[in-house]
Design a protein. Structure first.
Length: 203
């Protein structure tokens, strides 16, 4: 992992607002660029920057460089993230990475053997985040909000009321929910809906 110049680090975290004054991209802190303030600026970066929560869409940061080029994230982690992003956002199978055409177009190093493991870890992390959000009422911008769980449609096949019940029960278990937490059931088959509602005892 190569060291980054102080100049590039400051450009990454701060944007100029007026002469000799800079605002941090990730907080409301304003700093002076005089010689006396140089050390406090660097201390602020080291002390308060949470790299796990840095946004990725700030245009100023794009001009200053990426987390990888600045030495915060190693190339292996960056490579893995880009492959996962490619697979997830395009809803593609993991086998896509082995496709000869994909390999010919991508400059990323191949990670076939480790991608499945990292994807499993990612799923676990996302499930934990969703479970935390559904733990009850949450404060969002000064208002109480309650997150509801929406389940994607089942695959074509056995679409009986019992199979719906088993699917809902299994999904609820993943997010640490109980059947008693179900409030309402919405579907596109009246007969199946009514039968499933009877089993679940929900409207």
């Amino acid at each position: 992992m190569s060291a980054a110049h102080n100049r590039n680090l400051c450009r990454f975290f701060f944007v100029a607002v007026v002469d000799r004054y800079y605002t941090c991209n990730y907080s409301v802190t304003q700093r002076n660029s005089s010689h006396q303030e140089a050390t406090p600026i660097w201390r602020a970066i080291s002390r308060s920057s949470n790299l796990a929560t840095l946004p990725t869409t700030n245009p100023t940061r794009r001009r200053a460089g990426s987390l990888t080029t600045l030495g915060f994230i190693n190339q292996t982690a960056s490579n893995m993230y880009q492959w996962i992003e490619w697979i997830v956002f395009r809803s593609m199978p993991l086998s896509e990475i082995d496709d000869p055409l994909t390999r010919s177009m991508s400059k990323q190093k191949l990670v076939c053997q480790r991608l499945k493991r990292y994807m499993s870890l990612l799923v676990t992390a996302v499930e934990a985040e969703i479970s935390a959000d559904m733990s009850g009422l949450n404060d969002f911008m000064g208002q109480l909000k309650q997150v509801l769980l929406a389940i994607s449609p089942m695959e074509e096949g056995e679409l009986t009321a019992q199979s719906h019940y088993d699917f809902i029960k299994k999904t609820s278990y993943i997010f640490h929910l109980s059947e008693s937490s179900l409030a309402i059931l919405i579907g596109d088959s009246c007969v199946t809906n009514q039968a499933t509602e009877t089993i679940l005892n929900v409207p």
